[in-house]
Design a protein around this ligand. Structure first.
Ligand code: DP6
Length: 360
């Protein structure tokens, strides 16, 4: 599959107006994407659990227009958001060649998240994937070409990637791989695919409790962080490490070996943050409470032998991952020992999910 296959060649302008709605989840990477080449191509393969409860719901209404250029308005929770426009404008510019009807319509984009907007949870993955899916549904309405579900999902992921890399892993569930890897058939740099190899049943309903340590605005955006991997002294070794971790994860995912799973996942999280700390300029996104939580998890695991581990995204929040059958004991531990380190004692209970849904 190459980019050419995603160019919409013919479409009618007879569909004058309409409205589509999609809900799309966030995802949490086990092996992290950190560093990219031109055109949103990842430097290494990444793999993520699609989440279930943390999602964005987006409605796009469209009507014809005769002016040149892009025309759109964005609303979050019913409030007009001028500051969201530049990112969407960049997205539209990047995808225009594949979605040629963008300049024929005026769009109203109305979006809301199921998680608090200021929670520090990456809304770009769920937000950009929801928007890409809405555009695909509009493409379906205006194009005369029959589209298979598999093409629809692939192109939605392809477009979402051009909005935000990790967003391409939010279209489907429950484990998604992005980035070409010799050990994963049909994996691609251009879009995410459902993990095609065997997955042990322990992972089918894996839990992710997200501890909201710091709900403020991040000091350094992911996009800037990715750029700092250019010329980073450890970049090449990091990309090799991530690709090697993908390979190590394959037998772990099929056997359900949770000890190695936790080791790989935690090592990935700390390697990601080590890259941030060794960038120039260097930066630290973890907070004292992030470290306090990590130490508590390690002590609890040592003491009880329960398979609980953590991962981090590009922020201070901690994702606590564990099997469903240990839910009661681990939630009790979270409530008794970890919630005190969360801002306003806030946390979100989530679990592995199955991807986006069309609402309308
Ligand atoms: C640490 O996908 O947010 O969450 O492509 O620049 O939008 P852009 O970056 P983004 O980066 C996500 C980085 C990460 C790791 C991951 O999700 O794999």
């Amino acid at each position: 599959m190459t980019e050419v296959q995603f160019i919409l060649k013919s479409y009618s302008k007879t569909k004058e107006s309409g409205q589509v709605t999609w809900e799309s989840p966030s995802n949490i990477a086990l092996v992290k994407y950190w560093g990219k080449k031109k055109g949103q191509i990842p430097e290494n393969t990444s793999i993520s659990f699609t989440l279930s409860n943390c999602k964005t719901i987006t409605t796009v209404s469209f009507e014809p227009k005769s002016t040149n250029g892009f025309e759109f308005e964005v609303y979050l929770d019913g409030e007009k958001k001028e500051d969201f426009k530049p990112k969407i404008e960049t997205f539209f510019k990047r995808i225009e060649g594949y979605v040629p009807f963008l300049k024929d319509f005026k769009f109203k984009i109305e979006t809301k998240n199921t998680f608090p907007h200021s929670s520090g949870i990456a809304s770009s993955a769920s937000g950009m994937s929801a928007l890409a899916l809405c555009l695909m549904s509009i493409e379906q309405l205006v194009s005369q070409v029959e589209m298979t579900d598999s093409y629809f999902n692939q192109k939605a992921s392809f477009l979402a990637r051009l909005g935000s890399g990790s967003a391409c892993r939010s279209i489907e569930g429950n484990l998604v791989v992005w980035g070409n890897h010799h050990a994963i058939p049909k994996s691609s740099d251009l879009f995410g695919i459902k993990y095609p190899l065997e997955v042990h049943k322990v992972f089918h309903n894996y839990q992710d409790t997200i501890l909201l340590v710091d709900q403020g605005q991040k000091q350094v955006s992911s996009t800037i962080g990715h750029n700092l991997m250019h010329g980073h002294p450890f970049a090449q070794d990091r990309f090799k490490q991530a690709n090697a971790n993908i390979e190590k994860l394959i037998p772990v995912l099929s056997s359900g070996d949770l000890e190695t799973f936790i080791e790989l996942m935690e090592s990935e999280a700390l390697s990601l943050h080590a890259m941030m700390m060794t960038s120039l300029p260097y930066f630290i996104l973890m907070k004292p409470h992030t470290l306090a939580i990590i130490n508590k998890i390690w002590a609890f695991r040592k003491q009880t032998g329960l398979p609980v581990g953590f991962t981090l995204d590009a922020g201070a929040n901690v994702h606590v991952l564990y099997p469903e059958k240990e839910k009661n004991k681990i939630l009790e531990f979270i409530q008794n020992e970890l919630v005190a380190f969360c801002e306003n004692e806030q946390y979100i209970c989530d679990q592995i999910g199955f991807g986006a849904n069309q609402i309308q």
